[in-house]
Design a protein around this ligand. Sequence first.
Ligand code: CTP
Length: 379
Amino acid sequence: ILKEICRKTNIKCYIVGGFIRDFFLGVKNYDIDITIEGNGIEFAKILNKYINGTLKVYDKFKTASITAENYIIDIASARCEYYKYPAALPVVKFSDIKEDIARRDFTINMLAYDVLNDAIIDYYNGLKDLQNKVIRVINDKSFIDDPTRIFRALRYSGRYGFKIDDKTDILIKKAVNGGFIKKLSNDRIINEIFLFLKENKTDLIIESMISYGIQKEIFDNIKLNIKKINSTINNGDIILYRFLLLFYNIDDKGIEYLLNRYNLRRKYIEALKELLLTKNNLCFLKDNCDNIYIYNTFKNIKYEVLMAINISEDVTIKKIINHYINHLSHIKLTVNGNDIRNAGLNPGPVYSIILQKIFNAKVQGKIKNHDEELNLLKL
Ligand code: CTP
């Protein structure tokens, strides 16, 4: 389709960036970035007539995106970018594919597919670096212009098991030691951390972040945890779960720091506070293994928080949490007010007391099924 449009309209179109990188790595990628030498929005409109997806146009950025089946296709006009000062958002000027590629971060992201000529464009030996598993920048100022690239280098390196090339490694160290991370807005920093949490090898990424001394720059004295950080959970919000694991060792001061510095969504802060509180309460739980006590301790605690606490080394704590998750958390009564009325008692506040008593009996394992609940109710 792209080729047909190029032929008919005489517009030059290139598939660029991550999609091409992942194509050569044999990795599925549903984000297709297309660069047009010319008007990207016009091209997007024509393309969407063929594929009939959902088109969004961003006039301000002169870009468009089409969502079709599982794919997100971003279409932009070829541009070059320059930075007025370090870590600024770039100033954009329209240009050709060559300049568009030159502004990009790493050689493995600097590959393009020329649709009309059915050819790979590889000005910077990106294919060789893919083969040698190397992350490399071509511009000495790359990390200074855009320090988010430091995080991106770590992310790609962890994700693909690539080595950061020696010169690139030195440039990262220079940018970190030169204080350039702090020039980024806090929103951009925390966004990169959330991108880390989406990866399969978050542990390696965080480890190398720590080894570059970045942790101190962005989280001060908070001690990060990587234990089990690559694990998944069957239900719930995996990013929230991993976020809690990352900050498993946090204390009140640490939470205060995160709150003041980062614009975190409420659910993250609340879950962190819940984690800290629940961890502090665990010692009481160990002395009191009664089912009702366990149930009441955990009933309002988010699943992600419980699963995070489950990484505890303490065998008893693990046992109690698993017992709660597997046996207690799903308990529901099958009898209700109607059953009490049918048993001959007039409605009133006593109903909730009765239902609570039956519920407690169920939590204690004294009764198991509907008939036993009814029997207890009649008593
Ligand atoms: N890019 C860049 N510098 C940045 C961000 C992005 O040069 N700070 C360029 C890279 O060439 C990248 C492209 O923009 O390939 C698209 O960016 P993005 O969607 O973030 O990355 P992908 O390559 O698609 O990789 P992934 O989403 O898999 O991380």
